[in-house]
Design a binder for this molecule. Structure first.
Ligand code: ZN
Length: 448
């Protein structure tokens, strides 16, 4: 991180004034000047950039939303600071009011300087549009008292500014994850046609759930994903399996919320485990500068979090204690289902679903159709314990073979062939629910 000298800062301020004056002379309209309000000699870092772009994009979006015409924008990205000057066709007071609203809307806004110059070059005060004096970022005292007395050291001020940014993004990113997971769950259920599964055309092999059941479930689970990320963030310093044991408790509560929303139908039980773990891993790896790690790092973290617990779970199983179908299957055949998949680092998402999704999109298919192919590829792999639980091992193996044959004939088979496959799955009462969870996980990982 480069430190800038006082001379550089002063020169940058001069240059800014010149640009503002040029815009005022050319348009005779108000000019918004947005820059970051940061103490100390460092004006550029990955986190500062992120905050600046958040402020700039919020400002430009607000201008669009209010139908305020932008006459010209001039942006400067320099070591002395990032700034944008925007000449707008609107009353200065209206524009200032909007800027104060943005400054006050979030904690991050405390670091935004959104000055407004009227056409006559006079600078408007926050108070003119009902705004209050801004408080000290360290102690919260109103007014410029602390600054004029130099009540806090530069280090204290810098630490406070950093804390504002980190805390803001920690929360904003949790929300972003929750939004993206929810979108991925809906994208999965809307993907059509899906053999044996609920989609936009029919309810597959299910008589107890519809697309609305999944929509209600996805809505009810939304807060859970943010909690999982938060758990990851808070336990990032602890051992990976500590995060996982806390996630398990959250998962039980999420299951109750799901059942309450669906009237007792299991729509997303597998997803609560799969994507809950992924969200926890994202939280553990989270940094305000880089909210999302790459897929490889996230899936490795998932493996680190779950390996010991999954091993212990299976080791403790006896014919008397095995309760779920998955547990009984493990004792019979050693199939570890989704838990084993997770402990191995989501290999089928990484090596099968995501590459298929990308290949199909590269071949020109839309996301729906690419998702259908990713699902077929997952079914063809034949590890879906849901399918075995419903239809027995033999019929599940036959079903996987059907999917495999379809993909063997043609890289991207026609959807009518997938519809035929759906009818065969329904006739056999087969439902690859585990593959659907992995498809949702692939959609989510693709979206970050
Ligand atoms: Zn203070």
């Amino acid at each position: 991180m480069e430190e800038v000298t006082l001379e550089q800062v002063l020169a940058a301020q001069d240059a800014r004034t010149q640009r503002q004056n040029a815009l005022l002379e050319r348009y005779h309209m108000p000019v918004i000047s947005f820059s970051m309000n940061l103490p100390g000699p460092v004006k550029d870092s990955p986190l500062i950039r992120r905050a600046y772009f958040t402020g700039r994009d919020t400002l430009l979006k607000s201008l669009r939303d209010e139908c305020i015409k932008v006459l010209r924008k001039e942006e400067t990205l320099a070591a002395t600071g990032f700034e944008i000057q925007i000449a707008v066709k609107e009353e200065a007071l209206t524009v200032k009011k909007l800027c104060v609203q943005i400054e006050d809307a979030t904690t991050l806004g405390r670091l935004f300087n959104m000055d407004v110059l009227a056409a006559d070059a006079s600078k408007l005060d926050r108070e003119e549009v009902g705004g209050s004096e801004r408080g000290c970022i360290v102690c919260g005292a109103a007014g410029r008292g602390c600054a004029s007395r130099r009540a806090h050291s530069v280090e204290e001020l810098q630490a406070a500014a950093r804390r504002i940014m980190v805390e803001y993004y920690a929360k904003a990113d949790r929300q972003d994850v929750a939004d993206k997971v929810t979108a991925a769950l809906l994208e999965e259920v809307y993907t059509t046609p899906k053999p044996g599964l609920v989609d936009r055309a029919n309810t597959g092999s299910h008589s107890d759930m519809t697309i609305e059941t999944f929509e209600r479930s996805a809505k009810a689970l939304k807060p859970y994903w943010a909690h999982c990320v938060e758990t990851g963030q808070k336990t990032a310093g602890a051992a990976p399996d500590e995060t996982f044991s806390q996630l398990r408790e959250l998962g039980k509560a999420a299951e109750r919320d799901m059942l309450a929303a669906t009237g007792g139908v299991n729509t997303h039980k597998g997803t609560i485990f799969t994507l809950g773990t992924v969200c926890g891993a994202i939280g553990r790896l989270w940094k305000a500068e880089t909210p999302y790690s790459d897929v490889e790092t996230i899936t490795s973290e998932c493996a680190a979090m779950t390996k010991a617990a999954v091993k212990a779970d299976f080791a403790a199983l006896t014919p008397d204690t095995a309760r779920t179908t998955g547990e009984k299957l493990y004792l019979e055949s050693g199939l570890r289902g989704i838990r084993g998949e997770m402990a191995d680092g989501l290999l089928s998402v990484k090596n099968i679903a995501l590459p298929m999704l990308h290949d199909a999109m590269e071949a020109g298919y839309n996301r729906n159709r690419a998702g259908v192919y990713a699902l077929l590829a997952l079914i063809a792999r034949g590890r879906d314990t849901n399918m075995i639980a419903r239809g027995g091992r033999k019929r599940a193996a036959v079903a996987s073979k059907w999917a495999e044959e379809l993909l063997f004939c043609c890289d991207f088979p026609p959807l009518t062939a997938v519809e035929v496959l759906n009818r065969k799955f329904v006739a056999e009462n087969l439902s690859p629910g585990g593959c659907a969870d992995l498809l949702a996980t692939a959609y989510f990982l693709d979206s970050i």
